[in-house]
Design a protein around this ligand. Structure first.
Ligand code: ZN
Length: 403
């Protein structure tokens, strides 16, 4: 393969990825903005038709070894980067490279935009990670990108695995760290990549990868030695990396994420065949994180704590599921419908009871889990509507739920 395709071709070959050349380019342009740098210039030429489309006369030209390869520079995507070059010389070079005439791009702007772009497709900066996370968070709680409501459950907990009471959402911070670990693995295994050779010959030389902390390197390469302590914390040593033939970012992610205490009610939520929104509310309720009036009072949002369902007692999660007169009626009907004859219990006891009764894959267990989720969801929705409208739709709702 190396004879046919040069090492600097970093994509479209198994084992090679676009980020290989991104790292190398960072190394090559680093320091271009410095004042005292020795004059240098780099030309990035984007080839038209390199892979966008295949032209037979291009193949013919290659085969005949005619003139050049037939590749034409794509002016729109090509750029020239200068470092320490005076304006007159810059213009002279640009004149020489005809296709760049009249199109001078200042290094600062170019490097800045490139960094912004690359950090998104590759090693993400903390700021970018924060932005992405904030957008996801806002979307989760509001369905839009404007944050107007208080998040009911911390984002960190939302990212937890299902058994730990989370939604198992990809933690971008951890994922990014795992991706950087893959670069460390590349270095340890001395993969046949240009950037790896570069880092070895310029910075590592005869030193131990696990000990070096090179200075004067580009920000991307700087991140690689810094990841060592996190890799170690995940239980992976240098020898382990060396002995790994195939690196899995996902597996590293799981190792880095670590273990979470499992929640007691995991089986009710994880194996629930009910609708996503039922389970979402059930999960929040089990966490004790629904915005019930007792909590709203603590936040200073409201002054009265009256339960919108019975209008007599104070509202809390324990009251609304299933200690309120209204919810007891609904819940007992739902229990009877499943052939269970017992009184409604306080919320935590109900959860515990469900965890014992509704484990496993039997139809009885599955129906119980769904009924619990559905009951909790509809009671909560009714409570919200009553709170807003103050109307009496109760009997209608009872008919809908119990049938
Ligand atoms: Zn009540």
């Amino acid at each position: 393969m190396d004879i046919l395709v040069d090492n600097c071709q970093s994509t479209f070959v198994p084992g090679r990825v676009i980020s290989d050349n991104i790292i190398l380019s960072h190394e090559l342009v680093k320091g271009y903005g410095r004042r005292d740098i020795s004059p240098r210039c780099m030309v990035k030429v984007d080839m038209q038709k390199a892979y966008d489309s295949l032209e037979w006369n291009f193949i013919e030209q290659i085969l005949e070894f005619s003139k050049a390869s037939g590749l034409v520079a794509n002016k729109e995507k090509s750029s020239v980067y200068f470092g320490g070059v005076d304006m007159a010389t810059q213009q002279a070079i640009l004149d020489l490279l005809e296709f760049f005439k009249g199109r001078v791009q200042l290094i600062k702007n170019v490097l800045f935009s490139i960094q912004v772009f690359w950090s998104q497709v590759f090693v993400l900066t903390k700021k970018v990670i924060k932005l992405i996370e904030a957008t996801c968070r806002k979307f989760l709680w509001t369905g839009g990108v404007e944050l107007t409501k208080k998040a009911l459950l911390a984002w960190e907990k939302i990212c937890y695995p299902n058994v730990a009471g989370g939604l198992n959402i990809l933690d971008i911070t951890v994922w990014n760290m795992a991706s950087i670990s893959k670069l460390l693995w590349n270095l340890c295994c001395k993969k046949d990549k240009m950037w790896v050779k570069w880092v070895h010959s310029y910075y590592i030389k005869e030193q131990q990868i696990w000990e070096i902390m090179p200075t004067q390197v580009s920000w991307v390469v700087q991140k690689i030695p810094k990841i060592r302590s996190y890799v170690q914390k995940a239980g992976i040593m240098e020898a382990d990396l060396r002995n790994t033939t195939q690196f899995s970012v996902k597996k590293m992610c799981i190792l880095m994420r670590g273990d979470f205490p499992k929640v007691q009610w995991r089986k009710i939520v994880c194996n629930n065949l009910g609708s996503e929104k039922w389970i979402f509310i059930l999960r929040l309720a089990a966490h004790g994180k629904l915005a019930t009036k007792d909590r709203l009072m603590k936040w200073g949002v409201i002054s009265g704590q009256e339960c919108p369902l019975c209008l007599t007692q104070n509202e809390s999660i324990n009251h609304i599921f299933f200690q309120c007169d209204m919810s007891i009626q609904v819940w007992c009907k739902l229990l009877q419908w499943q052939g269970i004859n017992r009184a409604a219990m306080p919320w935590l006891e109900e959860l515990k009871w469900a965890e014992d009764y509704a484990r496993g894959r039997s139809a009885t267990a599955e129906i119980y889990r769904m009924t619990l989720a559905s009951g909790v969801y509809h009671l909560w929705i009714e409570r919200n509507q009553r709170r807003e409208l103050g109307s009496f739709r109760w009997l209608v709702v009872l008919d809908v739920i119990v049938g």
